[in-house]
Design a binder for this molecule. Structure first.
Ligand code: ACO
Length: 385
C-alpha cells in the first residue's frame, strides 16, 4: 500500500486533520500531569520524585484509583486484597504452561488478561477487577517465564509486596531488600503517563462502555509495539548485539551509522518531552549503580556514549525505556520480559483511566480523511484484471 500524499490537503478544507493526534486534548484527567518542556511528571498531585522517595507501588495504585493517598488501614486492606488475588484460575495457568514456548510474553499476557474476564467474580465492581488484574499480571508473567524454560511454576506468596513476590515467582528464590526496592521503584516510575497510546486505547475501548478486561486487553496490545512499551526490549537487544562483538563494539559509530541511514535509536525521543524524561533521570542513576554492582559497567558506559551521541547529533533525549533496560538486565531478567513488566505497573494507570472514563463518559469517535477513489461503476469479476 502506498503512502498517502496529503500535501495538497489544506487546513481550511480539513481544519481538524491531525495525524498522530499530536497536541489534541481528548479527555480531562486527574491521574497525571506532564510538563514536557520542564521534564516534570506528577501523579494525582505528587511528583514522581516524591513518590520515588516515599511511596510503595501499592500506595501509588491506591493514589491513582482514588486521587488521594491511603490511610494505614486502607493500604493494609489493599495489600491483603492484592495478596489474596495473586493465584490464577486453573484454565489460565494451563494455557500459560501449554502455549508455544517461543510465544511472545506480551502476546501471552494479552491472551491471559482476556481469559481472566471469563473467571471474574460477578459481584466485583470495576475497582475490584482492577485489583484482580493488578494482582494476577505478575503471576502471569512469572509463570510464562518459567514454564517456557521447562521450569516448575512458582506459586505466589501469601505475603510481601508486588515487587518482592514477582521476583520470588520469577527466580524461585526470595529477593534481597535492594532488588525488591529497585523493582518497586521501577513499578512506581512506569505506573502512569497521561494519554500515551495504550492509555488512549484503554479509554477509547472504555468509551464504548465495554468491560474493563477488554479495555486492558487492548491496552496490552498497544503497549507491545516497539514505538511504545516494546522499546525497552529493543534497547536491550541493541546493547546485547553490540556486546556480542566486544572487540569491535563502538556505540558512537553504531549510533551515527543508524542515524545516517535515518533509522531510529530505541529508547530515545518522545511525543511530549522535549527535554530529559524525568523517569529516565531516575532510572539512569539506578542503571549506573546496578551495572557497577553486577559487573555490567560496559553496558552502562555504552548507554552513556549513545546518549551523548544522540544529544550531539540530533538533540534528542532518552525516554523511560532507555535506562530501564539495563536496570532490568542487572536484576537478571530476560530482555523479552521487559515490556510485560512495564504492563505489570501500567495496569494501575490503565485501570485508573478506565474508572475515570466510566465516571464521565463520551464515546470516542474521531473522523478519518477519505483519500480513496470516487464511487465507480461495478466491474463483473470476469472482467477484472
Ligand atoms: N532515533 C532517531 N531519530 C529520532 C528518534 C529516535 N529514537 N525519535 C525521533 N527521532 C527523529 C525522527 O526521525 C524525526 O526526525 P525528522 O524530523 O528529521 O524526520 C523527529 O525526531 C521527530 O520524530 P517522530 O517520530 O516524528 O516523533 P513522534 O513524536 O511521532 O514519535 C516516538 C515519538 C515514537 C517515541 C519516537 O521518538 C520514536 O520512535 N522513538 C523510538 C522508540 C521509543 O523509544 N519508543 C518509546 C517511547 S516512550 C514510551 O512509549 C513508553
Amino acid at each position: 500500500m502506498s503512502k498517502h500524499n496529503l500535501e495538497n490537503i489544506t487546513r481550511d478544507e480539513y481544519p481538524y486533520l491531525n495525524l498522530g493526534l499530536e497536541g489534541i486534548v481528548a479527555f480531562s484527567t486527574t491521574k497525571s500531569f506532564i510538563d514536557g518542556q520542564k521534564g516534570e511528571l506528577v501523579y494525582s498531585g505528587y511528583t514522581i520524585d516524591t513518590l520515588a522517595e516515599y511511596a510503595t507501588f501499592e500506595e501509588v495504585c491506591f493514589l491513582l484509583w482514588n486521587d488521594r493517598l491511603p490511610s494505614k488501614k486502607e493500604l493494609d486492606e489493599l495489600n491483603s486484597l492484592l495478596v489474596h488475588e495473586r493465584k490464577l484460575p486453573k484454565p489460565v495457568l494451563d494455557y500459560i504452561c501449554t502455549t508455544e514456548k517461543h510465544a511472545e510474553p506480551m502476546a501471552v499476557l494479552r491472551s491471559s488478561v482476556s481469559m481472566l474476564a471469563d473467571f471474574t467474580d460477578p459481584s466485583l465492581d470495576d475497582t475490584g477487577n482492577a485489583i484482580v488484574m493488578t494482582a494476577k499480571i505478575p503471576t502471569i508473567i512469572a509463570a510464562f517465564a518459567r514454564a517456557r524454560q521447562g521450569l516448575d511454576v512458582v506459586s505466589p506468596l501469601d505475603e510481601g509486596s508486588t515487587a518482592y513476590n514477582f521476583l520470588y515467582m520469577l527466580n524461585g528464590v526470595r529477593p534481597g531488600a535492594e532488588a525488591e526496592k529497585t523493582m518497586d521503584l521501577c513499578l512506581i516510575l512506569h505506573a502512569e503517563h497521561g494519554m500515551n497510546a495504550s492509555t488512549f486505547t484503554c479509554r477509547a475501548i472504555a468509551s464504548t462502555e465495554s468491560d474493563i478486561f477488554s479495555a486492558v486487553t487492548g491496552a496490552v496490545g498497544s503497549l507491545k509495539g516497539p514505538l511504545h512499551g516494546g522499546a525497552n526490549t529493543a534497547v536491550m537487544n541493541m546493547l546485547l548485539a553490540l556486546e556480542s562483538d566486544l572487540k569491535t563494539a563502538d556505540p558512537v559509530a553504531f549510533t551515527k551509522e543508524k542515524l545516517e541511514k535515518r533509522e531510529k535509536i530505541m529508547g530515545f525521543g518522545h511525543r511530549v518531552y522535549k527535554t530529559f524524561d524525568p523517569r529516565a533521570r531516575l532510572l539512569r542513576t539506578m542503571s549506573k549503580s546496578l551495572s557497577e554492582e553486577t559487573g555490567h559497567e560496559i553496558l552502562y558506559e555504552w548507554s552513556e556514549a549513545i546518549l551523548k551521541t544522540m544529544k550531539e547529533e540530533k538533540n534528542i533525549d532518552p525516554n523511560v525505556d532507555f535506562f530501564s533496560a539495563t536496570v532490568y538486565y542487572s536484576l537478571g531478567i530476560q530482555p523479552d520480559l521487559y515490556t510485560a513488566i512495564f504492563a505489570m505497573s501500567r495496569i494501575s494507570g490503565w485501570t485508573a483511566h478506565y474508572l475515570e472514563q466510566m465516571s464521565n463518559n463520551r464515546l470516542v469517535r474521531p473522523r478519518a480523511l477519505y483519500v480513496g477513489d470516487k464511487p465507480k461503476e461495478w466491474t463483473e469479476i470476469s472482467d477484472r484484471s
